[in-house]
Design a protein around this ligand. Structure first.
Ligand code: DAK
Length: 263
């Protein structure tokens, strides 16, 4: 499918969505949110896709936030529609059964930072900058930043960022746990792809079960989380890949995972 504000490619089971509005540092307008929603749906329904990488075009920006020029013209009803669209696509991204890596190549501000937070983990270029600057616009984060950031880096560090609107460089973002790895700019996509390939080579049912167990467990207490893990483990055991993985270990060979979800 062709999009005008992003590119979506699929190669060897790895999908890449590149948000591309260079004239506005890849800021999210209504059309981008709409297209992102369609691209995520396209990926969710493609059984061949094992991992998704989300990035921005160019070296300057991942996504510099919501499109401020569009936002400034919103009527309350348009603002409501925009918020609904944004929250829906970000939740859909987080809920994808496959792993999603954010490859943050530059500014990840406001809605852009929130988009990265909805991914499973974040790889960053040395040139990346993170921030939730909404407070300096008289706003607060509206795409989940007040909820996902504290869960990831703890309430104090998150409140420092949210209440000041300060920007955090890639190295600092890595130190506080917002980013998993930092790369030289030209090595970012290669690094993301290498990790994507490792995950794509694992059992599909196991990837899905592990992601769901972590995400669902984070929304509950430890005892309930352990029950979730037990159920996910049992379901996983029923997959052909689990039988193949254990059999291959005992036969001292590499497993050949088919990704079949039953059988
Ligand atoms: N929106 C629109 N255009 C943007 C933009 C943005 N967020 N960021 C940059 N641009 C445009 C600039 O206007 C400029 O356009 P021209 O003047 O060339 O036409 C072009 O991109 C290049 O930017 P600069 O000339 O400013 O480049 P610099 O290197 O000087 O500065 C910068 C880079 C990233 C520091 C600067 O552009 C900047 O501060 N940008 C804004 C960053 C920001 O404040 N982002 C947060 C936006 S607020 C909601 C849910 C969520 C949200 C809102 C509501 N609801 C639930 C209702 C989300 C809010 C946000 O994300």
């Amino acid at each position: 499918m062709a999009y005008s504000t992003l590119q979506c490619t699929i190669e060897d089971g790895i999908a890449t969505i590149t948000i591309s509005r260079p004239q506005a540092l890849n800021a999210l307008n209504s059309l981008t949110l709409e297209e992102l929603s369609q691209a995520v749906d396209q990926i969710a329904s493609n059984q061949e896709v094992r991992v998704l990488i989300l990035t921005g075009s160019g070296e300057k920006a991942f996504v510099a936030g919501a499109d401020i020029s569009e936002m400034a013209t919103f009527t309350p009803l348009q603002a409501k529609a925009f918020a609904g669209k944004g929250q829906a696509v970000i939740s859909r991204l987080q809920g994808l059964a496959i792993p999603v890596i954010a490859a943050v190549n530059g500014y990840a501000l406001g809605g852009g930072c929130e988009l990265a937070l909805a991914c499973d983990f974040i790889y960053a270029s040395e040139k990346a900058t993170f921030g939730l600057p909404e407070i300096s616009l008289g706003l607060i984060p509206g795409f989940g930043g007040t909820q996902r950031l504290p869960r990831l880096i703890g309430p104090h560090a998150a409140k420092e960022m949210i209440l000041t609107g300060k920007y955090v460089a890639a190295s600092e973002a890595c130190r506080i746990g917002l980013v998993s790895q930092v790369f030289a700019p030209q090595e970012l996509m290669g690094g993301a792809l290498a990790t994507a390939k490792i995950m794509a080579s694992r059992g599909k049912a196991a990837l899905r079960a592990a992601k769901q167990a972590v995400n669902q467990g984070l929304n509950t207490d430890l005892a309930t989380g352990l029950v979730i893990e037990c159920d996910a483990f049992a379901l996983c055991m029923a997959s052909p890949d689990a039988r193949e993985g254990t059999k291959a270990f005992l036969e001292k060979r590499k497993p050949v995972f088919t990704g079949a979800l039953n059988g």
